[in-house]
Design a protein around this ligand. Structure first.
Ligand code: PLP
Length: 390
């Protein structure tokens, strides 16, 4: 009998009861605007997230994409300015760069799925800002990356949509560059539907981003606000580009952030079960994770030897309930796209990235799967690989 997997790959865990209770309390108060509520859930979230990441300042905003746009604006990036970024990432990243009228300069990615540091070094003279996407949770050698960027006076913004809770050499993702940006959207590591968080140690950048996000003259109510003296330098010069977080979402997020380390452990158990099952299959390769990388296994990727055989393999798995995304499609599908689909970005030649994407398979690892589910998935993938990739 052919085994079939029946659980959906997109089902979330319920919001924790403590978060539901906090949300109900906010709703009863009627005070949903962060600058109206006192005490404020958003300000408390900022204090807690800054402490959790070891940052001097945190700002809660409307989305991860908003966080990245806000970071670019605070760094003074404007129309026509070049911004280095990964040649493989998701659409909100080039979108945030396009939103400020800037020009993405795409950097190759390697078979480790990280930004290619040799290509970064070669392109470094072209820009003053790197929007670094830790795409699907793969973290580049951050010591070498920062050395390259420091040598070229490049400010680094980290897109940590897939690395909230991850680290490199024990130092949190989002804390290597000038600014770290996180998403709290349903498919990331904490879930408030939509939402974003920003961290920085730089008081001037923090003040600018707080003002940009729409604080009016209530900026001192940010949970980690810099001093009045710092705001005095930027008041009136920063446009109000409203993108605040509301009290309801902050109330939902605070208990989830407290739970994050436990959730990371649960993700990694599932990731390792799948990784073990996917190792040594014909025509497929797991991505080796460097010892310095403290990852969060909320998704898993494989590289196939023969791109021609991928559609048949994906169809065979799909018929048995196992969902793969493929980055080699000719057109954008679901959440998945490649740089060829971003018509608003100047076309760029990335032969190495294209060769990787043509072979790249991607699977979500939802926490609604248990270890027995992972074993079923691993068996099905092994059988389908034997069938269509040998
Ligand atoms: C989801 C995502 C973002 C942006 O997050 P939103 O909150 O959806 O705006 C940024 N980068 C990557 C790689 C993402 O997957």
């Amino acid at each position: 009998m052919t085994e079939v997997f029946t659980k959906p790959f997109i089902r979330q865990e319920p919001i924790p009861e403590s978060a539901i209770a906090a949300a109900v309390e906010v709703l009863r108060s009627g005070a949903l605007h962060r600058y109206g509520a006192q005490p404020s859930q958003v300000a408390a979230l900022e204090i807690e997230f800054a402490a959790q990441t070891g940052a001097a300042h945190a700002l809660a905003v409307a989305s991860g994409g908003y966080a990245m746009g806000c970071a670019l604006r605070a760094l003074g990036v404007g129309p026509g300015d070049p911004v280095l970024t990964n040649g493989w990432t998701l659409a909100p990243v080039p979108g945030a760069i396009a939103a400020v009228g800037a020009r993405p300069v795409l950097v190759e990615v390697g078979r480790d799925l990280c930004i290619d540091l040799d290509d970064l070094e070669a392109k470094a003279p072209q820009a003053n800002v790197l929007m670094l996407s830790h795409m699907r949770g793969h973290i580049a050698d951050m010591r070498r990356l920062m050395a390259i960027c420091d040598a070229h006076d490049i400010a680094v913004i980290e897109d940590c949509a897939h690395t909230m809770g991850a680290d490199w050499d024990g130092h949190p993702s989002g804390r290597w560059g000038a600014i770290g940006c996180y998403s709290c959207q349903t498919y990331k590591h904490v879930n408030s539907g939509e939402g974003g968080l920003i961290v920085t140690d730089d008081a001037d950048l923090a003040a600018k981003m707080i003002l940009l996000s729409g604080s009016y003259m209530l900026y001192a109510r940010n949970g980690t606000a810099p001093s009045e003296e710092v705001f005095a330098r930027h008041k009136g010069t920063m446009p109000n580009v409203s993108g605040r977080m509301d009290e309801l979402r902050a109330a939902i997020l605070r208990p989830q952030l407290a739970d994050l380390p436990a959730q990371v452990a649960r993700w990694n158990e599932r990731y390792r079960a799948l990784e073990t099952g996917f190792r040594n299959l014909p025509g497929l390769h797991v991505i080796d994770r460097p010892a310095s990388e403290g990852y969060v296994g909320s998704s898993i990727q494989l590289l196939a030897d023969d791109p021609e055989k991928i559609p048949g393999f994906i169809a065979g798995c799909a018929a048995r309930g196992v969902d793969w995304k493929w980055f080699g499609h000719a057109t954008a599908q679901g959440f998945t796209s490649s740089h060829h689909h971003w018509a608003y970005v100047e076309a760029q030649s990335l032969p190495q990235t294209d060769a990787v994407l043509a072979r790249l398979l991607d699977m979500r690892v939802p926490l609604t799967f248990d270890l027995a589910d992972c074993a079923v998935i691993a068996r099905i993938v092994a059988e389908e690989a034997a069938e269509s990739l040998r």
